[in-house]
Design a protein around this ligand. Structure first.
Ligand SMILES: CC(=O)CC(=O)O
Length: 681
């Protein structure tokens, strides 16, 4: 085939569009050179990821979306002529200060002092300061609506009747809690923690904490004692919110025995109060064995502000970079890192994502299935800044029936998915079996930024297997060892321009920010290395997630992501779960695939043959595992991610201490001393 060289400038672009018979404007005006059509085809063949994936959904009319209105504002204000989302994205990443200043204005950030400079000129690895001199409060920006008739929170879950709280009542309850916390001695920068279910009190406590300028951090009750202590003993909270019990998977679980041990440990450090939210107000419970403990209501009564006539919350006015949250990186080995996120950064980023990308407004109901131990909880709660109703769901997603969340979603209209790469089959399942006219928003980002790099976009089509687009203002690229982007090729996800929700620092780091630097800036000199392995489609602008970079497979020097194997293997009905990792043998690596079989199904040679042949045919001979082995369990983190790196290290001969972020740490034992993996060839 004749190579057709083009540099994605508009005239050449038309030529390219014709060849592929799709219209693409993704790289209009960008300067990608020496990129050929045959390169693209080769890339497609080696990665097995289609360049022209099936279109599953297309928006009917985008003219009224906030994204479009924002594009018009940008065109007008800066006298430019951006014709579509992709051009707007390019402008947003070429003009970082103008972009974020316009987001600040457009999304009406409530502030008491204006900013002087959007972002200073420090390079990314010196952690730039954003919106200097501005003063604002995060909680105030989530509670501007005080309408009695507008629902702020809908809470539901196992054993929890659906309950609604209006914006008016939310404000009132946050006011009481914030006043009581202040009287109990809480000040700016104190740490307030929640070992708490996804219930309204968790949101109220967080907002009260943020109104004072204290720093909120939460873990969910499914965390074990060491998981909680690994996190909270590093940040030494002054107040701990918790619950007496939860119901999960039809079972009532008493939290107090775990809470007792946690409090006994934290008490020695910093803890002054433990405030317990009853799962059920009408059933009494005994807190006498828990040091420092009081119930939610008793705390409010004991510390209520007698005689106060103000019904206003005293929102502390704080710099944009003031710490808001501490989130914990879910490392699979060692203690979690404590990422400190800034109030203004989280706010402006979440406003951008919720208002522009999701087109959320006060007419919407917003639901994401999460616990308080995942950044998706923080993301969900920020929905309040749009004036919408957020849904807090606590309990198993499969009880009382496996359709419970779909029934809830019927009221909602937006489906989001994240956590691990969404397989093409799962896209098809949603459009074939759930709903045809729905935007299935696959999103990616994570704890490190408490937000998204790429995600849903109401103005763009959904293509099978792809995250729709890179988010505005986020200059992410795929780099393959060299300081330049590659397309249609699996590579490392990097972000090459600063963004306002980079953590401000890590708690417990040294004065050189050594942990921070080694987490993001040790692989490429001065750009953020995220540790994800991705594939960016130059045709659609979509992003395909291929797993973690440190879990990439590299047999004979050909690098690819584990998701490629999972996409094939997990379609076999016999298989319940799988894990694929590389094992070091000398200077090379061989692929080992572990299979957890469904109940009552036996692992057998015929299955192995069928898997091998499917991988060979659909991917390449290079992708075929050297070993396919049965295993009784696959390790997962509490947020549902497969734990590849720890297993890779174990089968390569290391001893690994399981991290407390694993839901089944004992499963790691299964991977030591596997006879088949002892051979050197
Ligand atoms: C948005 C995300 O990327 C969430 C996660 O997987 O941690």
């Amino acid at each position: 085939m004749k190579n057709i060289n083009f540099n994605f400038r508009i005239p050449r672009l038309r030529c390219y569009s014709k060849i592929n018979s799709i219209s693409t404007t993704f790289f209009a005006n960008s300067k990608i050179t020496n990129f050929t059509f045959s390169n693209l085809k080769k890339a497609e063949m080696s990665s097995g990821i289609p360049l022209n994936p099936a279109e599953l959904w297309r928006p009917k009319d985008i003219s009224n979306t906030e994204m479009e209105k924002f594009r018009f504002v940008v065109n007008e204000k800066f006298n430019v002529n951006l014709e579509n989302y992709h051009q707007l994205w390019k402008w947003s990443t070429d003009n970082i200060s103008d972009f974020w200043a316009t987001v600040w204005d457009y999304t009406n950030i409530i502030h008491s002092a204006p900013y002087e400079q959007v972002v200073d000129s420090k390079p990314m690895n010196e952690i730039p300061t954003w919106f200097s001199s501005a003063k604002l409060n995060f909680a105030q920006n989530l509670m501007w609506c005080r309408d009695k008739n507008k629902t702020a929170i809908i809470s539901a879950g196992e054993g929890r009747p659906i309950k609604k709280i209006s914006y008016h009542d939310l404000y009132d309850q946050v006011r009481s809690m914030a006043a009581a916390m202040r009287r109990a001695g809480v000040k700016k920068n104190d740490r307030i923690s929640g070992y708490i279910s996804n219930c309204p009190e968790a949101v109220i406590a967080m907002l009260a904490s943020a109104s004072i300028g204290a720093i909120w951090s939460s873990a969910s009750p499914d965390f074990g004692i060491s998981g909680v202590l690994d996190r909270f003993s590093q940040i030494r909270p002054k107040i701990l919110f918790s619950t007496n019990s939860v119901i999960y998977n039809g079972k009532k679980i008493d939290i107090l025995p775990k809470l007792k041990v946690i409090v006994e440990n934290l008490e020695k450090e910093s803890l002054e109060k433990v405030i317990v939210v009853p799962f059920n107000n009408s059933i009494s419970f005994d807190l006498s064995s828990i040091p420092l403990a009081t119930s939610w209501n008793d705390f409010l009564n004991n510390y209520s502000v007698v005689g106060s006539s103000s019904d206003e919350i005293d929102f502390e006015q704080l710099p944009f970079d003031h710490p808001l949250y501490i989130l914990f990186s879910s490392g699979t080995t060692g203690k979690p890192k404590c990422l400190v996120h800034r109030a203004g950064g989280v706010l402006i980023q979440h406003k951008k994502e919720h208002i522009f990308h999701a087109n959320m407004s006060s007419n919407d109901v917003f639901f994401y299935y999460t616990t308080t131990g995942w950044m998706m909880w923080n993301w969900l709660v920020s929905g309040l800044t749009t004036g919408c109703a957020i849904v807090l769901y606590d309990g198993s997603p499969f009880k009382p029936s496996s359709s419970i969340l779909w029934e809830l979603s019927d009221q909602i209209g937006i489906i989001l998915s994240t956590g691990s790469p969404l397989k093409p089959e799962s896209f098809n399942f949603v459009y074939d079996s759930i709903q045809k006219d729905v935007l299935l928003g696959s999103i990616t980002g994570g704890t490190d930024l408490c937000s998204l790099f790429a995600g849903l976009n109401v103005t763009l089509p959904v293509y099978c297997g792809e995250i729709q687009a890179i988010c505005l203002g986020m200059k992410i690229e795929a780099w393959d060892g060299e300081d330049k982007p590659v397309y249609a090729k699996p590579a490392d996800l990097v972000c090459t321009k600063p963004f306002p929700c980079m953590p401000i620092y890590f708690y417990n780091d040294d004065h050189k920010n050594s942990k921070y630097m080694s987490a993001y800036f040790s692989n490429y000199s001065s750009v953020w290395y995220h540790g994800d392995y991705v594939w960016i489609n130059p045709n659609t602008g979509g992003v395909v997630m291929l797993g973690r970079s440190d879990g990439t497979l590299n047999p004979g020097g050909v690098r690819f992501g584990s998701a490629e194997i999972y996409n094939i293997v997990e379609n076999f009905s016999e298989i319940q779960d799988s894990l694929v990792v590389g094992q070091k043998v000398g200077d090379d690596e061989r692929i080992v695939l572990f299979l957890k079989m469904n109940e009552g199904i036996k692992f057998n040679d015929d299955l192995v043959l069928r898997i091998r042949s499917k991988i060979r045919n659909q991917l390449s001979p290079r992708h075929v595992p050297s070993f396919i082995l049965p295993i009784a369990d696959i390790p997962h983190t509490v947020t549902g991610k497969k734990v590849e790196v720890a297993v890779k290290r174990i089968i390569s001969g290391e001893k690994v201490a399981p991290s407390s972020s694993l839901v089944n740490p004992e499963s790691l034992e299964l991977y030591y001393n596997i006879p088949q993996l002892k051979s050197k060839i």
